[in-house]
Write a protein that binds this ligand. Structure first.
Ligand SMILES: C[S@@+](CC[C@H](N)C(=O)[O-])C[C@H]1O[C@@H](n2cnc3c(N)ncnc32)[C@H](O)[C@@H]1O
Length: 207
């Protein structure tokens, strides 16, 4: 039986082992444009739209689910977008050891997995250590954008970030009406807003 060949989607999708221990943005993209991260990019609606509308910025989606990451990267590849990539792997370890300190212009963390059960809460990506990783990779003046529909998760994150010595609180963007069915910031925002759920938004700036 013949199996379909896996389409070459490099450089749009690369795994952590393929990249190696160090990420140097100018080598990765071949230019010195500012870099923004979408941590847990999922289907990549934000990544795709941001790359199209902001061509003078490089966008990197970090996605632990290779299948999802490949699907997002295929969309980027079809548009031949030079300024968007997906890295398959654990975003936390990419932040902790691969990215050079102070080299990222913004980190976007949208609708991280809520891990509803109490005994699973420790799996939530946004925790005390993660706030320090964000502080580590961001340039002074860089931003952390966080949106979720999970109230208790949001309060926990706000507690950590609002009190963090390296961050200052900024006004979050207001909610706006969608002009069409795909006019949402991320796939999860679309899903949750269509269910009528409130969306909590926050923004912090690296001192
Ligand atoms: C609930 S989805 C949200 C996706 C997208 N941000 C959105 O708003 O539509 C969370 C995503 O984070 C990914 N994820 C979870 N833990 C991760 C980790 N440690 N590193 C990278 N991605 C992760 C999941 O695979 C999933 O695609």
């Amino acid at each position: 039986m013949q199996t379909a060949p896996i389409k070459p989607i490099k450089p749009w999708f690369q795994t952590v082992p393929e990249i190696g221990p160090h990420l140097r943005w100018n080598e990765f993209f071949g230019n010195d444009l500012p870099v923004e991260l979408d941590i847990g990019c999922g289907r990549g609606l934000f990544l795709f739209n941001a790359a199209v509308t902001t061509p003078d910025t490089n966008f990197v989606g970090l996605e632990i689910d290779y299948r999802e990451g490949r699907r997002t990267a295929t969309r980027l590849m079809k548009q031949n977008l030079p300024n968007a990539r997906v890295i398959g792997g654990d975003g936390t370890s990419v932040l902790a050891s691969m990215i050079e300190p102070g080299t990222v212009q913004a980190a976007h963390v949208y609708f991280p997995d809520p891990w509803w059960k109490k005994r699973h809460r420790k799996r939530r990506i946004f925790n005390f250590e993660f706030t320090h990783l964000l502080a580590r990779i961001l340039k002074p003046g860089g931003f952390v954008h966080h949106w979720t529909d999970v109230a208790d998760y949001f309060e926990m994150v706000r507690g950590l970030m609002d009190d963090h010595a390296d961050f200052e609180i900024c006004p979050p963007p207001p909610e706006r009406d969608a002009d069409h069915d795909m006019d949402y910031h991320t796939s999860f925002e679309r899903k949750k807003r269509k269910l009528g759920l409130p969306i909590y938004r926050a923004l912090w700036r690296r001192r």
